[in-house]
Design a protein around this ligand. Sequence first.
Ligand code: HEC
Ligand code: HEC
Ligand code: HEC
Ligand code: HEC
Ligand code: HEC
Ligand code: HEC
Length: 387
Amino acid sequence: MSKLKMSLAALLTIILVGMFGALASAEGVTLPTNVGTVDNFGNTNTHKTHGNFQNNTNSCANCHSTHNGENEMLLMKSGELELCLSCHDGTMGFYNVKLPSEAGVIDSHEMSASMHNVSSDLTENAAPGALNNKSTGTFECSSCHNPHGSANDRLLNETVAGKQFANNYNVTIVGYTETITKLNQVPIGTKGLKLNLVEDNSTPELQAINNSTTNSGLKIYKSNGIYNKPADGLTQTQVYDYKLNYSEFCAACHDDYLKNRENGPRADGVHYTHTTNSTKQGRSCTACHFAHGTDITLLKDTAGKTIADLQAEKGWTETQAKNYMKDVSKSGSSALKRFTNMAVCWACHQSTHQIANTPGTTNYPNTTDWQNFKVPGGDYSGKSIIK
Ligand code: HEC
Ligand code: HEC
Ligand code: HEC
Ligand code: HEC
Ligand code: HEC
Ligand code: HEC
């Protein structure tokens, strides 16, 4: 009898905990309700917001108003930043672009913040390095994303600044020499850019969505960026294709910054650029840059440490860590960087070139010693996280 009482009490506790959990989950994740609930086959299936539109769709109404649009695209909000942020600002409990993700951060007001200025009325050809990019389209979220759906991951456009950027390639690497040949353009409707996306099951609410069979296949994913080596059934060829296409995506706007295989002159006839499109580590745009933006909380040093790491591991104060990490670039912009200042360069080139006779450090007598040479306090292990 007392045993039964105990187990009842235990059960009650579980139920109560469960109820509070459920309450919290209701507040934690909110899906848009302005969408249909029955699919083309008559089955109960809550529609998605982006794409996969069903014949009884109401998804359009999340963004468009037939007679009372705020602009010529009949959008519900005067600008795309406002429209997209009306859901992607944390109200849904996921895909909050104001919080750090593999895409970086948008609209940060932290120190050393920079971002793609999508609400500035700039044109797409205002991109530094635009040479053949003559697109006069306004630069906004939809310059990169297609809110109506895409064959690419993360709704990334198949045509950017009027250009189909995705290709198949033949890549051969013999010793250090890499040869990249473009084979053919990927037809529209075929995936040209695949990211390493994994289901985000970090909370019970997200797990519930990912396990649901009545959300039209909706899954909430965390991104780990581009694939660097074969995994999840991807062949080496596919890994190379998607990686090279990621730089081509950025270069659809910044075309004159694209340099395949090795450093070299730009087409402007004046400047030279570092390699920016290669299958190798550190030579693709997103090896060094975020797509959205950066700030002091995301920036890393050559050891791959953030201000949070420095405070936790070295006992630094927040002020101390921020002063160390802040971007001091002459351009005045932290340029969407993953590493602060030129730290990304030092992470690689410290270990590949000897740094002889730096004042204040010990000389090393012969060229084989440089591999063990370190500046006092130096730690260049951040190289390992560069893709
Ligand atoms: C998540 C927001 C969103 C949803 C949902 C959405 N749209 Fe759009 N739509 C936009 C934005 C932003 C633009 C303007 C940017 C552009 O040209 O892609 C646009 C542009 C358009 C255009 C003009 C340009 C073009 O692509 O042809 C049409 C037509 C259109 N939408 C129709 C629809 C219809 C029909 C639906 C529902 C089946 C829908 N949209 C759902 C955001 C949305
Ligand atoms: C009404 C709310 C709403 C608005 C407005 C909205 N989104 Fe979304 N967004 C969602 C939801 C919900 C998802 C999850 C996938 C789905 O339902 O289609 C999502 C997913 C995404 C994803 C990730 C897709 C994936 O599966 O990996 C991107 C990228 C995105 N939205 C971009 C945008 C952009 C750009 C705009 C503005 C043009 C926008 N969203 C406007 C609700 C919204
Ligand atoms: C649709 C065109 C377009 C695409 C695609 C694009 N950019 Fe840009 N980018 C721009 C424009 C326009 C600017 C100048 C305005 C600004 O600073 O936001 C810019 C600026 C930048 C800057 C300088 C920011 C600063 O503060 O100095 C960096 C870095 C950058 N882009 C990197 C990238 C990377 C990396 C990608 C690919 C993930 C990319 N861009 C894709 C249009 C584009
Ligand atoms: C210059 C191109 C570019 C612009 C402009 C841009 N995005 Fe993105 N966005 C990307 C890329 C690339 C990714 C994928 C990054 C990755 O995972 O490697 C991404 C990822 C996302 C994601 C998924 C983030 C996550 O949690 O992983 C959302 C949501 C999103 N973008 C919404 C937006 C919204 C809203 C805007 C406008 C305010 C916008 N984007 C502007 C290129 C862009
Ligand atoms: C090896 C790292 C690295 C790679 C790869 C890289 N960048 Fe950068 N980028 C930087 C650094 C560091 C800065 C800022 C310092 C500077 O200007 O030298 C920068 C600055 C920029 C700027 C700001 C304007 C300027 O010229 O200073 C733009 C735009 C830009 N990069 C776009 C791109 C694009 C597009 C790609 C790919 C085609 C790319 N970057 C690849 C490291 C890189
Ligand atoms: C992931 C490692 C990596 C990063 C990060 C990196 N580089 Fe390089 N860099 C190389 C390699 C490898 C070469 C040789 C040419 C090639 O393969 O593109 C090179 C070539 C160079 C060269 C030409 C001289 C030479 O030694 O061949 C210069 C100068 C240079 N890098 C400067 C920089 C600067 C500045 C940055 C930061 C924006 C940077 N590198 C970031 C790996 C890197």
